[in-house]
Ligand binder design. Structure first.
Ligand code: COI
Length: 385
């Protein structure tokens, strides 16, 4: 078995070994789908082929001026063995929105979904079956025209990569330790904060690396104006679970141009409603979070994202203090919401919001036909777990 990008697996035994514990994006399936755009001819049809390096002129516009946006979405195996993409059209729409902000070509969502469906069909045997496992798809849209004049490119290439993945970067849902940033900010209103552009992630790396050296997993970014309101983490959105009488109330920072419009975040807002848990988008001051942890009013806090899924935050560094959220372990609301999401993704509960798109071996996509009467087993009990 090899860990080299694009190397795939050399045989069925290798593949089963990989699928048992794939980690996060360590093993490419060895396939790509490519869609290209040219100002004169428009969008090409998706072409699925073997993983290959990109032939890029060193003067490529996307490398110099940062016209590079990406997505992350997943295909899941249902308990009947079928494979479905989760909210591919919504991911396609978000890629187009990111692209628009960077003056790039906006791919139609149906073309995006078709490319994902064809890629998954080609790599179908690579979709793991364990609960929470998935085939992670990484579409990257890059400006490929060579020119050093500052202007939008007239050519783009979208490369779709695929990797079997364990949930939450392979961490096993260990609660995270996060810390606020005191020197740097991630985004300001009117900037590119909500766009999944490569530059936003690059801009977060210095602070994140320093936070990790200090013993934290992630940076809890505050607003770029007065660093008072909580925004998101470098790789995930964030939710708070407040005690409210005998029940709980969930809040998450609103999308006002500075945070990524997480589709996991959006799904959880909907699923919370389904479960009868009040959940709202509401600005949250870091001071209220600190007070809430101290008083016990903040019962739980969790992070969410496509790669990360739903993972508890157990510790917060803020204002020179280290605070433990609750007892530092995953709380019941966090676990309940993660299970609700994964149950839909694996076809264990009805897909009543139409989020699943079944993809077949031919690449043809048949919407919303995963049977939902499969017995529910405990988390972690899938085929490869
Ligand atoms: C995802 O969760 O899919 C993302 O794109 C975040 C990335 C930093 C892994």
């Amino acid at each position: 078995m090899s860990d080299k990008p694009g190397s795939g697996a050399s045989g069925p035994t290798d593949l089963q070994d990989i699928l048992r514990a794939p980690g996060f994006c360590r093993h490419s399936t060895g396939h790509t789908a490519v869609v290209e755009w040219d100002a004169d001819t428009g969008w090409s049809a998706p072409a699925v082929g073997p993983y290959a390096t990109l032939p890029l002129d060193p003067a490529t516009l996307g490398l110099h001026y940062g016209q590079a946006v990406f997505e992350g979405l997943k295909a899941f195996r249902g308990e009947d063995g079928s494979v479905s993409l989760f909210r591919p059209d919504d991911h396609g729409r978000r890629l187009a929105r990111s692209a628009e902000r960077l003056a790039m070509a906006e791919m139609p969502a149906d073309l995006f979904t078709r490319a994902c469906a064809q890629l998954v069909a080609a790599a179908e045997e690579w979709v793991p079956g364990g609960y929470g496992q998935s085939l992670y798809i990484r579409p990257l849209l890059l400006a490929t025209e060579a020119d050093l004049g500052l202007r939008p490119s007239r050519r783009y290439r979208c490369v779709f990569l695929a990797y079997p993945a364990d949930p939450c970067f392979g961490s096993g849902f260990r609660p995270l330790a996060v810390t606020t940033a005191t020197e740097t900010v991630r985004a300001v209103r009117g900037g590119t904060g909500e766009s999944k552009c490569a530059g936003n992630y690059a801009a977060s790396l210095l602070t994140r690396t320093r936070a990790q050296a200090a013993g934290y997993d992630e940076v809890l970014w505050l607003d770029g104006l007065d660093r008072r309101r909580v925004e998101e983490l470098s790789t995930m959105n964030v939710f708070f679970v407040w005690r409210d009488g005998d029940g709980s109330r969930l809040t998450t920072p609103p999308c006002e141009g500075t945070i990524v419009r997480g589709l996991t975040r959006d799904s959880l807002l909907t699923l919370a409603g389904d479960l009868g848990l009040p959940a709202v988008q509401e600005p949250t001051a870091i001071d209220d979070v600190v007070d809430g942890v101290r008083s016990g009013r903040l019962a739980e806090m969790f992070a969410c994202g496509t790669a990360g899924v739903v993972v508890a935050v157990g510790r917060i560094g803020a204002g020179g203090e280290d605070l433990t959220v609750g007892d530092g372990r995953e709380g019941p609301v966090t676990r309940r919401l993660r299970t609700a999401l994964l149950d839909v993704q694996h076809g264990r509960t009805p897909d009543k919001h139409g989020w699943l798109l079944r993809v077949g071996a031919t690449g043809a996509a048949h919407a919303h036909v995963i049977p939902t009467d499969a017995p529910h087993t405990d988390e972690g009990g899938g085929r490869n777990a």
